[in-house]
Design a protein around this ligand. Structure first.
Ligand SMILES: C[S@@+](CC[C@H](N)C(=O)[O-])C[C@H]1O[C@@H](n2cnc3c(N)ncnc32)[C@H](O)[C@@H]1O
Length: 367
């Protein structure tokens, strides 16, 4: 169940849309063609102005509304909008859309045209997300598997036909069953040696990083995750990427502590506890209990505290952002440059299936 909008556009010779008479001629050709697809078509409203061109609203049974604009600069846009109840077939099939586009392109002597298949709005499951540089991504989500609101965030497990179960926190994609490459690139599998090492994970509530690290024989891993309910959801629905590590919570090799990682980092600093590796596997906008300002302040706090619990030859490994998001990555690197003592970093990247984009990862150590 959703409102659906199909968008068509045609580039026309601007010499054919420059005055009212020419635009009326284009509108006539368009209406003739639309009547083949919508036999009950009626004109509800039209408007014409020398500065803004032609605009009309047509409808079929007041249910399908078609808005058309002819801009004098040589552009025709057609938006077809209707409400599709659950279980009903869309108003226009793929073939109908394609045929209408091709016929109109020919009849209007247009040298380029495009249609966007139905944009679906108002459905209970949100199938659109944005890439890190704010481009629209449509997912093939077919089921809301689980949803709960914890004291910290909205937790959802959605099922995608190609990506498997996906974890969303506050409507942002975190990890999916398809994303082993995310975890392997974050941990630098095959590059870093975790055998006998002491490791601290900040966040990581999906359990995938802990699960993969334990396969590399570390001495001990402590994971600091604030949200009990994220772990419960992932234990149940993302089992293929986290195994049973979230079930047991503790073994000779690891311990999961539920709490704000900043508070525990402070505690470790006080105790003089040190690690070979600290992982920043926090949400892009971490949950902050401490009054350290938002976003970048908090990230700086995480950096500062993490380096205080790292051994001199230790490493801080974390995810950055989409590689197309250069401004944000620059800001991230500026925060690293502010750290004292000085740090140096390398990066690696991987295309993460459920992010549908390439992601950058950082390996930071003392300079
Ligand atoms: C699920 S992991 C995965 C991160 C990820 N791959 C992404 O796309 O951002 C992120 C976890 O960080 C946890 N988290 C956020 N802020 C935290 C904090 N202050 N202390 C501990 N855990 C925190 C969240 O609850 C979440 O479970």
């Amino acid at each position: 169940m959703a409102a659906q909008t199909i968008l068509f556009d045609f580039t026309l010779d601007s010499a054919k849309t420059g005055d009212e008479k020419q635009r009326q001629e284009v509108a006539k050709i368009l209406r003739n063609e639309l009547e083949h697809v919508f036999p009950q078509l009626e004109l509800a409203y039209s408007m014409e102005s020398p500065e803004n061109g032609y605009f009309s609203v047509l409808h079929e049974n007041k249910a399908t509304i078609i808005t058309c604009r002819i801009f004098q600069h040589g552009l025709l846009t057609v938006n077809v909008e209707y409400f599709l109840p659950a279980g009903k077939e869309p108003i226009m099939s793929f073939d109908t859309m394609r045929t209408m586009e091709l016929i109109l392109r020919q009849k209007l002597d247009s040298d380029r045209s495009k249609y966007l298949p139905p944009i679906k709005r108002g459905g209970y499951i949100d199938i659109y997300m944005t890439s890190s540089d704010e481009r629209i991504i449509e997912y093939d989500i077919d089921k809301l598997v689980y949803e709960v609101r914890s004291p910290f965030q909205k937790i959802q497990i959605l099922h995608s036909k190609t990506l498997g179960n996906m974890l969303l926190l506050d409507e942002l994609q975190n990890i999916a069953e398809s994303d082993l490459i995310y975890t392997e690139t974050l941990m630098g599998r095959g590059i870093e040696n975790y055998e006998g090492k002491e490791i601290c994970i900040l966040g990581g509530g999906d359990g995938a990083l802990l699960y993969e690290l334990l396969k590399e024989n570390p001495k001990h891993v402590v994971m600091l995750e604030i949200d009990e309910l994220v772990m419960e959801a992932c234990n149940k629905y993302l089992n293929s990427i986290c195994g049973d590590v979230l079930e047991k919570r503790r073994s000779d090799q690891y311990e999961i502590v539920v709490g704000d990682c900043v508070e525990y980092l402070k505690k470790f600093i006080g105790e003089g506890r040190k690690f070979d590796y600290v992982f920043g596997d926090l949400t892009d906008i971490p949950i902050t209990g401490a009054p350290v300002g938002v976003d970048w302040d908090f990230i700086r706090t995480i950096f500062e505290h993490s380096f205080k619990v790292l051994k001199p030859d230790g490493k801080f490994l974390t995810h950055g952002n989409g590689t197309s998001c250069t401004e944000s990555l620059e800001l991230f690197e500026e925060q690293l440059a502010l750290l004292k003592p000085k740090v140096k970093f390398t990066t690696s990247k991987a295309f993460v299936p459920s992010f549908m984009e390439e992601w950058l990862f950082y390996q930071v150590s003392f300079a």
